[in-house]
Design a protein around this ligand. Structure first.
Ligand SMILES: [Mg+2]
Length: 245
């Protein structure tokens, strides 16, 4: 577990261009626009002797994010390996015995293969997208995924709001590589300092966006991302305008 820094709810003043209205907002997909179906997973992962509730599972997921941050910020550069560590640490934090985690992983992948488990669009998301769209702001999704983001966005009703959808599997480059953000910026026709990004994993989303010169906020819906001090927001609707927070 990472060292816990003193609790600090960072409501910040962006480093640059805070006085300017951004021309484009870019969003991560899983954990930002569409959340894991924790209710389904809690049902699937509970055993008679070991019930798990959805909120416990969601809180435990932070330890998965911490594992990715430890790997990528500790000199590791294998994003795929970091996703394995994500799952293993998440399950351990949820109370799953180490000997059973592999089987849980297979179960998770089987469910995810049937239909994406990142499928819950939370209240306020559609309204925020409508508001941003009506303000003339261009919108994009930048996701590490398996090629399904465009169809998922369509199925969830998010697709009409987005000018650009960049799926790492489709373009062949994944966050935190800045090139995936550059692809989005090029397609949007905006410069890095005209855009802002929000995502839920610091080392993948925020550091990736920064590497592309884009100001970024970290999604921290339960105020538990305490090992990172950075601009945090509870919900994607808070990305703009950051400077009124
Ligand atoms: Mg995410």
């Amino acid at each position: 577990m990472p060292a816990r820094k003193q609790k600090q709810r960072t409501v910040h003043h962006p480093e640059k261009s805070s006085h300017q209205k951004p021309k484009a907002l870019l969003f991560d997909f899983g954990g930002t626009l569409a959340f894991l179906d924790y209710d389904l997973l809690a049902h699937e992962f509970s055993r008679d002797a070991r019930p798990i509730d959805a909120l416990k599972l969601e809180h435990a997921e932070y330890e998965g994010r911490a594992a990715i941050d430890r790997h990528l910020m500790g000199g590791g550069n294998d994003v795929i390996a970091s996703y394995m560590q994500y799952f293993n640490n998440w399950m351990a934090a949820a109370g799953i015995p180490a000997a059973e985690i592999e089987a849980y992983g297979e179960h998770f992948r089987r469910l995810h293969g049937e239909a994406s488990l990142w499928r819950v669009v939370r209240p306020g998301t559609m309204e925020a997208l409508e508001r941003l769209k009506s303000e003339g702001i261009k919108l994009a999704i930048v996701s590490n995924a398996e090629g399904q983001i465009e169809s998922d966005a369509r199925r969830y009703g998010l697709h009409p709001f987005f000018d650009v959808i960049v799926d790492s599997h489709v373009v062949g480059v994944a966050k935190p590589d800045p090139r995936i953000f550059q692809i989005a910026l090029e397609r949007l026709g905006v410069a890095p300092d005209e855009a802002r990004f929000a995502g839920d994993i610091y080392s993948i989303d925020v550091l990736g966006a920064h590497a592309a010169g884009i100001e970024a906020a970290l999604i921290d819906q339960h105020d538990r991302y305490h090992w990172i001090e950075h601009a945090k927001i509870r919900h994607m609707s808070e990305l703009h305008p950051l400077d009124k927070k």
